[in-house]
Ligand binder design. Structure first.
Ligand code: SAM
Length: 235
């Protein structure tokens, strides 16, 4: 038996490359995106009432993950890449059907000329991600205070982020152009330390991620046992 699914729309996201995207939704509240829908799914009437909901589930395809033969075990980045787990014990993209599920904040329903677009935040979605469906978050059913997951018991520990003077200036200039405050967004993203966990933080090494049409470059600094990030440039 097989089912054919067609995307109902696509995500227009600040994240234009995979590296540096938060590992789950809800980790970077300053990350914004717009959900755009294809006809006939874009008609405003299909969204009537949605403005009553603060959060949404977005069901999507990990379209930038190349489909390979089924591999039952994966190496979650959270576990340092050294340990494997069963794919169904993780939220890794390399799963059968490449289906993803993210809960996001609904900032605004925009209706123009009878068509709807959804402005969201706190997402973990790459630009161009195909949307299969959206559903309202239902707090009484979806929020389970007794739920536990001892593999991922808490959000990742945050590290300090500082900015060089030129990087701050660049943030200011590009924020005005993009209509998005970049400094708080970059701070939230890098505080989660996107570096592959098997690599030691090396002050000599430069890292970069892509955000909108910009390269955000940083290096690590070490102080005793702890480390943090300095953003060198945003251009
Ligand atoms: N919250 C979703 C879930 O649980 O199904 C996604 C979790 S997955 C671990 C999040 C990562 O997927 C992001 O850090 C990003 O690297 C990757 N990602 C996001 N959108 C993608 C896409 N369209 N194709 C491939 N990878 C994507």
């Amino acid at each position: 038996m097989s089912y054919v699914l067609e995307p109902i729309g696509a995500v227009r996201s600040c994240f234009t490359a995979k590296f540096g995207i938060p590992r789950q939704s809800g980790l970077a509240s300053n990350a914004r995106a717009v959900l755009e829908f294809y006809p006939p799914y874009d008609q405003a009437s299909a969204f009537t009432g949605l403005e009553e909901c603060s959060h949404l589930w977005v069901e999507f395809i990990f379209h930038q993950f190349k489909a390979t033969e089924f591999r039952p075990r994966v190496r979650p980045p959270r576990l340092g890449g050294n340990q494997t787990l069963g794919v169904f014990a993780t939220r890794a993209p390399n799963r059968p059907n490449r289906l993803g599920l993210s809960v996001v904040k609904l900032e605004r329903v925009e209706i123009t000329g009878g068509k709807a677009r959804l402005h969201i935040s706190g997402h973990d979605l790459l630009d161009g991600t195909p949307i299969l469906d959206i559903k309202p978050y239902v707090p009484y059913a979806d929020n389970l205070p007794e739920a536990r997951n001892t593999i991922a018991p808490a959000p990742p520990a945050l590290i300090p982020v500082r900015f060089s003077e030129p990087a701050l200036e660049q943030c200011k200039n590009h924020s005005a152009r993009l209509g998005q405050a970049l400094q708080p967004l970059i701070e939230q993203l890098l505080a989660q330390d996107p570096r592959p966990q098997y690599q030691q933080p090396d002050p000599e090494r430069r890292y970069a991620m892509t955000l909108f049409d910009l390269d955000v470059a940083w290096h690590y600094w070490l102080k005793g046992e702890s480390h943090g990030v300095e953003v060198c440039s945003v251009r």
